[in-house]
Design a protein around this ligand. Structure first.
Ligand SMILES: Nc1ncnc2c1ncn2[C@@H]1O[C@H](COP(=O)(O)OP(=O)(O)OP(=O)(O)O)[C@@H](O)[C@H]1O
Ligand SMILES: [Mg+2]
Length: 453
């Protein structure tokens, strides 16, 4: 193992010998004859280990060790004590020494202790790293992601959370864009600072500018006092611009400038305000296309399109459905004080077959409705169908092929009724050759004789 060791002893001979020995074992060594030099060295560069003599002239080694730990709490310290002073050895351990050695010591014993201490330090920092990882995973624990597609999204998101870069979340409505944005904020260093969300589509164009940038007293009628905008409220935190694609084009220019310069002027103000924000934007539009077609500024698109996160629609990750359902059941059970255990297989099948244009939000609403309605502890198919779009949408949105077939069949029936099953007349009316008409009615299993009276 390698490492950088600080050795402090007031005995210059011992210091020299020790230094040489440790260097020949592959360690980098800095020696200090007194506490002042030791502290100076410590402040200058990082160390992996300290070896401190208990008696350092005026200063005792234990108090120096405490000072070392104030500067660098994670450095293990080995204390060197004089033969027979067991009490001070105990004292040293109580005050946070990693171990102690009594002089005169066996050099091999010292090397062994050093290795142990360095090994221990590595372990501690590894545990710290894992704990951090666990904590950041906890931030994502309310996001269900069992499908490979969603696992990939979460993997990406947890890696980029700590970076301060702008995140561009793209996904259909209800895919969880806001959920992801909040999770990124909570997993970042800005988590204790505000997360300010603003829906660019929901605020009227005339208000958006003052909402975003604030205004000075008297900037317009009704501006009774100056007010901070959302950009300022998000200072040191995260600003989430939701549905950025719907931001009025007039405001896009001003926003771009703010994002470039990180400062802006409130409406009616002439003093610039500086802001430190992490930006996350979300859109359900294809902003690149919007930019190409002139509805979105291209320069703003490139400014915000830094780390793209694509949220797949629910129909492309149906494996997530049962897990989302279980998650929503649990949540609504608690909220509604119910004890619904699950769905019947046919109810679940309906959920799996549907194509969920409203994505996770639509699924959540469907479960909420069914749970509110049920008097049972299972949810049945009929409740799922009543819940919402499912039946209607399935009827309305039948594929073109099916719709065409349904029309063709009813058209043929109509013709056959009209001609009382006379194929020649019916084919003539339909403008078809007799043989073709015949094939068509065979396709729909229609029998001309059934239409005769
Ligand atoms: N993977 C998921 N796990 C758990 N809940 C989810 C998941 N994805 C979405 N949700 C839930 O679905 C609902 C919709 O999510 P969210 O509001 O984040 O979507 P959105 O993409 O911002 O939608 P919109 O485009 O309509 O604004 C929320 O209640 C959210 O908690
Ligand atoms: Mg949203």
């Amino acid at each position: 193992m390698t490492g950088k060791i600080l050795v402090v002893d007031d005995d210059s001979n011992l210091l020299e010998v020790l230094g040489m020995r440790l260097e020949s074992s592959g360690y980098e060594v800095v020696t200090a004859l007194n506490d002042v030099n030791a502290v100076a060295a410590l402040k200058e560069s990082p160390f992996d280990l300290g070896i401190i003599d208990l008696q350092l002239g005026e200063r005792d080694g234990i108090s120096l060790m405490k000072e070392v730990h104030q500067i660098r709490p994670d450095i293990p310290v080995i204390i060197l004590t004089a033969y027979g002073s067991i009490e001070s050895a105990v004292e040293a351990m109580k005050n946070g020494a990693f171990s102690y050695l009594t002089k005169p010591f066996d050099p091999r014993e010292l090397l062994l202790q050093i290795e142990k201490a360095l090994e221990n330090r590595k372990l501690v920092s590894e545990i710290k790293r894992l704990k951090g990882l666990l904590e950041s995973q906890y931030e994502f624990s309310n996001i269900i992601a069992k499908s490979e597609k969603m696992k990939a999204v979460l993997g990406l998101v947890s890696r980029i959370a700590a970076a301060d870069s702008t995140v561009y979340i793209h996904g259909e409505s209800g895919t969880g864009k806001e959920l992801i944005a909040r999770a990124i904020h909570l997993a970042s260093d800005r988590k204790d600072k505000p997360f300010v969300a603003i829906n660019c589509a929901a605020i009227p164009e005339t208000l958006l500018e003052s909402e975003l940038f604030g205004y000075e007293k008297g900037a317009f009628t009704g501006a009774m006092q100056s007010t901070k905008g959302l950009f300022t409220q998000a200072h040191k935190g995260t600003l989430f611009l939701d549905e950025i694609g719907n931001m009025p084009i007039s405001l896009q220019k001003k926003s771009l400038r703010v994002l470039q310069e990180r400062q802006f002027y409130p409406v009616g103000g002439n003093k610039p305000v500086e802001v430190d924000i992490r930006l996350i934007v979300a859109t359900n539009l294809d902003l690149k296309k919007e930019a190409q077609e002139g509805r979105f500024r291209e320069d703003l698109f490139y400014r915000v399109h830094v780390i793209p996160v694509l949220l797949p629609p629910l129909r492309e990750r149906k494996e997530d459905i049962p897990h989302l359902v279980a998650y929503f059941l649990e949540g609504f059970n608690e909220k509604m004080k119910k004890n619904v255990k699950g769905l019947t297989p046919s109810a679940m099948q309906k959920l799996m077959l549907y194509n969920w244009p409203g994505n996770v939000r639509e699924l959540q609403n469907t479960i909420e409705f069914a749970m509110a309605m049920t008097r049972d502890d299972v949810i049945t198919e009929d409740l799922i169908l009543q819940a919402g779009g499912l039946i209607q949408a399935q009827e309305k949105l039948s594929p073109l092929k099916d719709a065409k077939a349904a029309f063709e069949k009813s058209y043929l029936i109509h013709m056959l009724e009209h001609t009382r099953g006379n194929i020649s007349k019916a084919s003539e009316l339909a403008g078809k050759y007799r043989a073709d008409f015949y094939n068509l009615i065979k396709k729909y299993k229609l029998k001309p004789e059934n239409f005769k009276d």
